[in-house]
Design a protein around this ligand. Structure first.
Ligand code: SF4
Ligand code: SF4
Ligand code: SF4
Length: 224
């Protein structure tokens, strides 16, 4: 790719910030060519912010925060339009990452274009087109195939429990959805699970850690 074109890609995330929450959408919404959700990241962020606003979670967070409350003590949700994860979904209470799994839909001619373009060396052409375990479903190899035999199975991965601070850890993958509407249902259900289980000084990531992230995810999925 021409480096001058890369430098023109908008890099700023879109942030919707209120006292009790911060919703971040990556720059896919600003024209990044790698978006796997057609640049709808900011729209998704607005919808998620409205779900938060229409719930009781802001009051719950305000009630439970520690006496010495810092600016970052809030619910954080982050949306990334591809696994490059520019909006840092791995360190949000709830992170959403769009992915696309390449699928061979025709006869591969072995031209090696996909192999050369893959940033992760995740394609094996020794016995036809195969993905290795290194593939992270970024979808970058799909469009450049000169004979269009690659398609992408798109999905949205949800991570829970990411945080920075005194005890940082990365969010854990707990669900994959094909429809954006399922993401909104997940957020709504996660808010309800938080409201039911949160204790003093706990944000969503703390509740998920205490209950066990898989268990928190199970409770959320049961409510959807
Ligand atoms: S996460 Fe992907 S789609 Fe979003 S700005 Fe970064 S590279 Fe572009
Ligand atoms: S989807 Fe991404 S990581 Fe997987 S083979 Fe294609 S370019 Fe490589
Ligand atoms: S770019 Fe397409 S035709 Fe070429 S090796 Fe990859 S899948 Fe096969």
């Amino acid at each position: 790719m021409d480096i001058s074109k890369i430098n023109k890609i908008p890099q700023s995330n879109v942030e919707i910030e209120e006292t009790e929450y911060l919703v971040t959408a990556c720059a896919g919404a600003n024209g990044c060519p790698l978006t796997l959700v057609n640049g709808t990241e900011a729209e998704m962020g607005q919808k998620i912010a409205s779900i938060i606003e229409n719930s009781e979670i802001t009051e719950k967070i305000a009630e439970l925060m520690p006496p010495i409350r810092l600016k970052h003590h809030k619910l954080k949700i982050s949306i990334a339009g591809c696994p490059n994860a520019c909006s840092r979904p791995h360190v949000a209470d709830i992170g959403i990452i769009a992915r696309a799994r390449p699928v061979l839909e025709g006869q591969c001619n072995g031209c090696r274009v996909c192999l050369r373009i893959c940033p992760d060396n995740a394609i094996d052409l020794n016995d036809g087109f195969q993905l290795t375990d290194e593939c992270i479903d970024c979808g970058i190899c799909i469009t450049p195939c000169p004979i269009n035999v690659l398609d992408g199975e798109k999905y949205l991965e949800v991570l829970v429990g990411g945080k920075l601070g005194r005890h940082p850890h990365l969010g854990k993958s707990i669900a994959k959805f094909e429809e954006i509407e399922d993401i909104y249902a997940f957020i709504q259900a996660a808010i309800e699970v938080y409201e039911e289980h949160a204790k003093q000084s706990e944000r969503v990531s703390h509740v998920a850690s205490r209950l066990g992230i898989d268990n928190f995810g199970k409770k959320v999925l049961e409510k959807m």
